[in-house]
Design a protein around this ligand. Structure first.
Ligand code: ZN
Length: 495
């Protein structure tokens, strides 16, 4: 008898102090990524923002101005792959946009997949794109792994942005194809056809802009609205839908004009208007109290060296192609000509790739060649450090934050055999006027805003990392964080 009383007592006690988790969930999660959206863009232009664009998100949200990527190199593929996996490249496998593939002896793109076909457009290249190179899962994947309810739809002008936000189980990721129409891959559409609403939307785009700059923002927002309505997102009584969009035009303009140009104010104000319009369209379908918004960037950008030249801040441009040429001359002089291609076969964002077949054929030591390249690159005053794959394997890394960032970024086989790390404000001497590829604040700091469902309003000066977004979102959805997630739940932002 006593036992029963105790049991009942315990039961009552438990229910009084219970803290149920995620008993209510948002109907819709909207993830907005702005490509090359450096941490200071909001504060620079906020006086000119409308009421319901960026400020609409911030005024009903938790705003972390200093969102950090703790990586060695900041760029689109790795950034987008981090946002909803909560994992750094050493785990999720996307350290760069492109790398050198030893099997094909050619450059490989982070989302290219020769086993897929382009749907809805024509392509010059065989195959299309898929998330096959991405390891682990996204929040959308975990939501589907939990109960399979809820749709995941992602879009961007760039395929890598849409695909890497979606993960492996997205219902649809779509992007702009070569003929300026929205396309997808047979990975998402086994029947080889676009959804009817997207095919119709493409028809409505005839004569629309060429997909560049503010016009690119408008067509992205229009496609976002078409997906919202076409897929009836946020309107299911059963589960949460995720709609993720990345605005690529900001990056295209930023590379062309540099972050200090008037054009970047114009771009940011156009994004502000687009967000206000998107929120109005959502509000017409779903109550905003049932919507969770997340806003962030995939990376930032460095000022143009020409902008900094008169200021006394050291800066400059370095030609990675010239470095490859010089290192190949050096290696050829010592070892004779390489059997295929050249000794240093490729360079991508100062990741230098050796053709390993040549090294095996010539019975040379790969580590020795790496070290010879390192010795050569270290003489160049533009570099802060040079790291080889041998250094990574032997745990002989540069000091302080560099060591941690190499460990969080390096993915053997996809990162270069030798990586030269630029000094602050140095960029590559490629076609871009401005660029991003370092681990300095201007490249790796972006805003993080959570807004709406389950979120407290406030400005948070504390440290927040982009890898915190995925576990925080998973917590609000009552699902597991993605498999490789290494961030924390931003609990100070939760109601
Ligand atoms: Zn870029």
């Amino acid at each position: 008898m006593k036992k029963i009383v105790l049991f009942v007592f315990c039961g009552v006690t438990f229910s009084l102090h219970a803290a149920p988790w995620a008993t209510t969930r948002p109907k819709l999660v909207v993830v907005i990524v702005i490509d090359q959206f450096r941490a200071d863009y909001i504060s620079r232009f906020q006086k000119q923002f409308s009421k319901d664009g960026f400020m609409g998100l911030i005024n009903s949200g938790a705003y972390f101005p200093y969102g950090e990527y703790d990586v060695l190199q900041s760029m689109t593929g790795p950034g987008h792959a981090t946002i909803l996996t909560g994992a750094y490249p050493y785990q999720m496998g996307i350290p760069l946009n492109e790398w050198y593939d030893q099997k094909t002896q050619d450059t490989a793109y982070c989302v290219s997949d020769p086993d897929t076909k382009l749907v809805g457009g024509t392509s010059k290249h065989p195959g299309s794109s898929s998330p096959k190179n991405l390891l682990g899962t996204t929040v959308g994947d975990e939501m589907k792994n939990a109960d399979g309810i809820g749709k995941v739809v992602t879009l961007s002008l760039k395929d890598r942005a849409a695909i890497l936000l979606g993960g492996h189980r997205a219902d649809l990721a779509f992007w702009i194809g070569g003929d300026k129409r929205w396309v997808t891959s047979s990975y998402y559409r086994k029947d080889g056809k676009l959804p009817t609403w997207l095919a119709q939307h493409n028809q409505s785009m005839v004569g629309a802009c060429d997909g560049e700059k503010p016009c690119g923002i408008e067509i992205t927002a229009a496609a976002f609205n078409a997906a919202l309505e076409g897929e009836h997102l946020g309107q299911s009584a059963k589960g949460t839908d995720i709609l993720a969009v990345s605005f690529s035009s900001h990056d295209i303009a930023g590379h062309h004009f540099g972050p200090n140009a008037e054009e970047m104010r114009v771009m940011t104000l156009a994004e502000d208007r687009a967000i206000a319009q998107m929120r109005a369209r959502i509000r017409a379908k779903v109550s905003l109290k049932d919507v969770l918004f997340i806003l962030t960037g995939d990376h930032g950008v460095a000022p143009k060296p020409e902008y900094l030249a008169p200021t006394g801040i050291a800066s400059g441009r370095v030609s990675e192609e010239n470095l490859v040429k010089e290192m190949n001359e050096l290696l050829t002089k010592k070892y004779g000509p390489a059997k295929k291609q050249s000794w240093v076969a490729d360079v991508l964002d100062f990741n230098f790739f050796i053709n390993e077949q040549n090294v095996r054929d010539a019975k040379l030591d790969l580590r020795q060649i790496e070290n010879e390249m390192k010795d050569y690159l270290r003489k160049n005053p533009a570099f802060a450090h040079v790291v080889t794959r041998g250094d990574y394997e032997a745990h002989q890394l540069p000091p302080g934050v560099f060591e941690r960032r190499v460990q969080r970024t390096f993915y053997p086989g996809r990162s270069g055999h030798v990586i030269a790390l630029l000094k602050p404000f140095y960029i590559n001497d490629a076609k871009n006027e401005a660029n991003h590829m370092t681990a300095y604040t201007y490249d790796r700091m972006v805003p993080i805003v959570f807004s709406g469902f389950g979120i407290k309003n406030g400005l948070f000066a504390e440290k927040a990392e982009v890898v915190d977004i995925a576990p925080t979102l998973a917590f609000l959805l009552g699902v597991l964080p993605p498999a490789l997630s290494e961030g924390r739940v931003l609990s100070s932002a939760l109601k």
